[in-house]
Design a protein around this ligand. Sequence first.
Ligand SMILES: Cc1cc2nc3c(=O)[nH]c(=O)nc-3n(C[C@H](O)[C@H](O)[C@H](O)COP(=O)(O)OP(=O)(O)OC[C@H]3O[C@@H](n4cnc5c(N)ncnc54)[C@H](O)[C@@H]3O)c2cc1C
Length: 257
Amino acid sequence: MPMLNMRFVLPDHVVDLNRVAELTGIRRAGETIEIGAMTRQRDLEFSQDIADACPLMSEALTHVGHRQTRNRGTIGGSLCHLDPAAELVCVAAALDAVVEVIGPNGRREIPFAEFPAGYMSPAIDYTEIVSRLTFPVWPRETGHAFVEFSRRHGDFAIVSAAAMLLLDGAGRITRAVLALGGVAATPLRMRDVEAALIGQVASIELIGKVAEMCRDVEAVGDVYVPASYRQHLACVMSRRALETALSRAGKSAAAAH
Ligand SMILES: Cc1cc2nc3c(=O)[nH]c(=O)nc-3n(C[C@H](O)[C@H](O)[C@H](O)COP(=O)(O)OP(=O)(O)OC[C@H]3O[C@@H](n4cnc5c(N)ncnc54)[C@H](O)[C@@H]3O)c2cc1C
């Protein structure tokens, strides 16, 4: 719809998937949660299953457009539109979602890391549709945070950050994830930052240090902000997301014992 609205595409035909009931729904399946491509963003926002299994997504959804757009927008539409600043795109990158597509040759699964073929271009054939997204469920004691900087609430993020931290009983980081949206043509996983966190005793000082590693990230400049400003925001958003994730991980771990 945004591409039609802005006259970027002028298709001969538009195929309406709204009435394909099999493409909608949220289902917990063991240590994963499966979401039909046509599931509305608003249904995800209010889903208790999503809040329990994937709180990072619940938090990210509060930043997606406005309640009017979330009433109609779908998770599959957001991932296929593949705006690098879209919150659900950043969450899918952070959590290593798996994208299921269906076409004339049957079903196949694409790890989200291989899903963006380029700027706003999903790696699916024109004869295929996305049918389902699968997200892994992290342990309950994981700390999560989704933060973003946008000019007004509800705008696409200029830069967003999604973080997940899991600590052992001694406060050492055993799993860490950091993804950035809006910085480059596709969402970025900051794997060097993740590697620098894992195995370390978590602290605000450590987070401040590793967040600075985002200073050199390859960033795009556009009419809104130069690349150097996005690099600055990448550091600030990473620090905020990791600090919040850490504060929540501490609380969850304390509650779990
Ligand atoms: C005013 C406004 C503000 C917005 N703000 C934000 C924001 O802040 N953050 C954000 O993330 N998004 C934002 N959006 C985008 C919105 O959240 C939707 O993701 C977007 O409009 C796509 O809508 P849709 O799900 O109806 O998909 P559509 O518009 O129907 O589809 C989008 C693209 O994906 C393709 N597609 C859709 N479903 C499938 C499928 N199952 N298989 C294969 N291809 C498919 C379509 O062919 C099309 O190319 C905003 C939109 C508007 C209009």
